[in-house]
Structure formats: C-alpha cells, structure tokens
Design a protein around this ligand. Sequence first.
Ligand code: URP
Ligand code: ZN
Ligand code: ZN
Ligand code: ZN
Length: 469
Amino acid sequence: MKRLIKGGTLVDEVKSYQSDLLIENGLITRIAINIHPEPDMDLIDASGLLVMPGGIDVHTHFNIDVGLVRSCDDFASGTRAAACGGTTTIVDHMGFGPAGCSLHHQLEVYHDYAAGKAVIDYSFHGVIQHVNDSILEEMQSMVEKEGISSFKLYLTYQYKLDDGAVLRALRRLNQVGALATVHPENDAAITQRRAEFLAQGMTAPLYHALSRPLECEAEAIARMINLAKLAGDCPLYIVHLSNGLGLDYIRLAKASGQPVWTETCPQYLLLDEQYYLREDALKFILSPPLRPKGEQDKLWVGIGEGSVDVVATDHCTFPYQQKVALGKQDFSRCPNGLPGVENRMTLLFSEGVMSGRISPSRFVDLTSAKPAHLFGLWPQKGCLRPGSDADLVLFNPDLSDVIRYENMHDNAGYSPYEGYICKGGPVMTLSRGEVIAQYGKFIGQAGRGQFIYRQSFHHAEKEAQHEPS
Ligand code: URP
Ligand code: ZN
Ligand code: ZN
Ligand code: ZN
C-alpha cells in the first residue's frame, strides 16, 4: 500500500519545509521535493496544510480504577478521541493494583485493558505503589523484556511513597535505565489543610484548590530533584507542572546540568482557579488544582524558553453527574481528573503557534518529538524521516472552530474548554499510514493499535546526543 502526501509543508522539531512524503507499508519511505505520483499510489493533496508527526500524549489515565469509581474513558473511547484530535500514540499511566501486587501483575492487567480496544499505538508507564526487594528486582525485566522504560511515583494519594522508598526506587531506576516520573505534592501538608477546612465546614470546590496550594507542589518538586541527585542523578520527569515556583526549581536543576524534565498540560495554561467559583465547579476538580491566573503566564514563559519540555493532558475522565453525586457535599470526595486528550493539539496550536508564542517546530517538539525522545519511542515515533512510522497529522492553519462537546469523541459528557475558539486544527490523522480520522470524524478501528516496546532511557539518551530536539 503506497500513499503520497503531496504539496504540504512538512514540520519537524527543527524546521518547516515544502516537501512531498511517501508512505509504503505503514512507514515513511521517502521525503523529497517533488515525488511523481504513480498509479498505485493513493494521493493526498496537502496544499495549504502542515504535515507534522502525530501527537504523542504521554499522560493519560484510561480505564483507571481510583478506588470508589473507574474513569469513563477506556482504551477504545480514549484513543478514538485522541485520534480525532491528531494524537497517534499515548503512554498511559497505570493505576494502582491490589495492595502488594507486583509490577508485572499490573502490566498484565493493562495489556488486557488495551488489547483489542486501542485505535492508536500505545504503551504504559509502570507504577511503583510500594518498594521492597522484589519490586526493585522486577524493574530490570520490566525495562529489558517488557519495554516499559518509565515508572511513576506518587507523593500523595493512597500509595504515596515516603522519602526513603523514593530514594531506593530512584537508585534502582537509574541503574536499570528507566526514567522516573513523579506526581509531586506534599501529602502531609495537604492532609492537614484539608482537615482544617472540612472541620470548619468549608466543603465547596474552591477549598479543593486552597487545600493544596502551589507551595505544596513546589516543595515536593524541589524534594524530588534533590532525591534524584542523591540517587546518582537519576533521570527525573515532573508530570503536570502547574505553577511558576515549581518551574523555578526545575530551571535551577537544569542549569546545573541535572537530568530533569517537565511537562505541563493545557488546563494549567488556559484555565485558572476562578473556575472553582462557577456553578459547575466540580467539572474542574483535579490535582494539582487549577491555579491563580498569574501562573499561566509563567508556564508560557517556560514553554517559550524551553524549560517546559512537553505538553501532555493527564486525561482522566469522570461524568459530571458522578462528580456531583460524590463531591457535592464535600470537595474531597469528588473524583479527580479532567478530559483533554482530543483538544491538546488544537489548543496548543491555537494558543501557542497561531498566537505567536511558539514556532510550528517548537509545537512539534512539545507534542511529539521530545516525548518520543524521553520515553524511548524515537525514532519510530515523533520523527519525520524515512524508516519512521507514518504517524502523521495534517493541520489546516486557516481553520477556525469552536470546541463543542457534542462534536467530540470521549465519554466524559463535557469539555472543560466548551466554547473555546481555536484557530487552526487537524483535518486528517494517519496511524502507520492508515487514515483513522478526517475532518473530526473517526474512521479507524478499535483494536488496530499496537503495544510499542519502548527503549531504555540509556538508549534514548544516546539517541539524543547525536540528534537534535
Ligand atoms: O487529578 C488528577 N490529575 N487525576 C489523575 C491522576 C493524577 O494525579 O495524575
Ligand atoms: Zn498526578
Ligand atoms: Zn495523571
Ligand atoms: Zn538516531
């Protein structure tokens, strides 16, 4: 099967240029200025369009069991929505398993969740819910045999790790060539503040945000950076950064040469704490919470200067009715998480590229190339070169559209970005050369997505040294 994308502007993580692109058997096989169409080629006219690597969203929670309830997007609806928004790979953060369960147990559970359902290619981040000798032992085969080269540590929630456990985990992850990812929030401070608010009857959604202020997050970021240093410079990736103080600590670490990276999400760039005063405030309950408005500009500065490395979504959906049923009397009972997997590319393109804050190449780096490098997917994914998977998104910069949930493809039942006017948007998504979404319509098939064995971080690092991004 051959497919020729003709007349478009190719955008990779360093440059934009006019070129045609040939796809054969799911791979990019040729990039050249004027490829002659042959009768056996399916021709796609890309004039006026940007041809970019498909998005890689390295932070989703599909089908996650959070204790009382389960998120309402599984690997079918979640990846369908992703595809419609121009994303062609996701790396999902596994949820906690039963107490004491092994890393391999949880991996099996997730393989079962995704197989036969995923529409686009996928992988998982391991989750370290406790630390002991056998968990540390398992890490090696997770990386070397199972292709799981990143793991998540939580400093809050049910299976938070104490600093000793974190240190042990980081040393071992460093040894086996894995990237440590962390949800950084100071659990003790949050628990104390939350108890104080609830004791005074302060149960409204705004107190969710006030119980976990940005200092709780920033403190935990600084602590993790120092623990990673103590672990012999374990590579560290801070997820869902929401504030400028945390970013300052990350800048300091980066400036000293420490291997530290961070991701932010559209909600922290575009939404703010005022949303907790709305009538439908529970829709916006997530952790870390939305921040005071001034924090958004600080994150945009980080995006512009390169201290923020990745934009992902943390897509974790619960129907609004469920959030209301559980959280109406008490914010602390509301399940945490927001939708976003379908809107990430469009929102960042509109607010980033079209508003002049970032270049198209920087957009590609944030949404695709950089996550591919960090998470061991490069150059199979995130890369516009012969030999790479033909995972592509075609963007029309002249499109103007309003976000309406009724046009979307996830199961959340609402969008936090309802009514947002977006300039530019995806018109076609290809996964391994197959068109799976076109003009906002899903035309792919559940189960066609493949599990991707990711390379170890050591390998990814070597790649990064001889290649840009
Ligand atoms: O509130 C959130 N973000 N829920 C998803 C789990 C997490 O903390 O990333
Ligand atoms: Zn988190
Ligand atoms: Zn998350
Ligand atoms: Zn290379």
